[in-house]
Design a binder for this molecule. Structure first.
Ligand SMILES: Nc1nc2c(ncn2[C@@H]2O[C@H](COP(=O)(O)OP(=O)(O)O)[C@@H](O)[C@H]2O)c(=O)[nH]1
Ligand SMILES: [Mg+2]
Length: 230
């Protein structure tokens, strides 16, 4: 069985634990001890292959401890989470992302930028466009999520796993990975399912920044994936 480590990073209070618990257990925990750093296991099935995910929900990102460095070193994919009502939390991700790239010694990692708390209407300070533009700079995927409404929660985890698989497949095929799919210049996130997969159990608005134009650069046809959250 394949096993991947996913690391969830971001400032305190952005909803890392709520997103993780919502994905793993399907429940919304209103208050979660902010100091708890724990790992969770969850299986998903992609193309009839069961994948075992170990998800590390981090806490207190201020100091990168030796333990944290170890986790990041063994992490295959990263969710960088901010909250749409807190511009500082998006800013903070710049530093966090740099740390990840430094520790991994790789500028082309499977990363999903996650703008959480999309359900907040009154107190929202960042638009989807803010996330789309940041993801374009970083050449990574982007979703707005709500752990509260379970909107796009599965999608962020599935997307990062798909990035990992794609990377492994290109490695096996011996071709260059190149950069990750890019954001279109007009900044429009897609609102339909990603071209690479169909979800059995996933709903919600898809704000992946990947585009078909990015896919067109590759002469190879992308495989349709079937994915189930187990
Ligand atoms: N409105 C709203 N609040 C959320 C959402 N996700 C988390 N929260 C709240 O944000 C606070 C911090 O969440 P938590 O997951 O503990 O943040 P962490 O420090 O990043 O792990 C909690 O009080 C949650 O109830 C969300 O999607 N929408
Ligand atoms: Mg937490």
């Amino acid at each position: 069985m394949r096993e991947y480590k996913i690391v969830v990073l971001g400032s305190g209070g952005v909803g890392k634990s709520c997103l993780t618990v919502q994905f793993v257990q399907g429940i919304y925990v209103e208050t979660y001890d902010p100091t708890i750093e724990d790992s969770y296991r969850k299986q998903i099935e992609i193309d009839d292959k069961v994948i075992d995910l170990e998800i590390l929900d981090t806490a207190g990102v201020q100091q990168f401890t030796a333990m944290r460095e170890l986790y990041i070193k063994s992490g295959k994919g990263f969710l960088l989470v901010y909250s749409v009502d807190d511009p500082n939390s998006l800013k903070e991700l710049e530093r966090i992302r740099e740390q990840v790239l430094r520790i991994k010694d790789n500028s082309n990692m499977p990363i999903v930028l996650v703008g959480n708390k999309s359900d907040l209407v009154e107190t929202r300070k960042l638009t989807p466009q803010d996330g789309i533009e940041k993801a374009a700079n970083w050449n990574c995927s982007f979703y707005e999520t709500s752990a509260l409404n379970k909107s796009n929660v599965d999608n962020v985890f599935v997307n990062v796993v798909e990035q990992i698989i794609r990377r492994e497949e290109t490695k096996t095929n011996g071709t260059s990975t190149g950069n990750q799919a890019s954001v279109p210049p007009n900044g429009q996130g897609k609102t339909s399912n990603d071209t690479s997969k169909s979800f059995n159990t996933i709903s919600g608005v898809h704000k992946d920044t990947k585009t078909d134009s990015a896919n067109k650069k590759s002469p190879k046809k992308k495989k349709k994936r079937r994915c189930t959250i187990l």
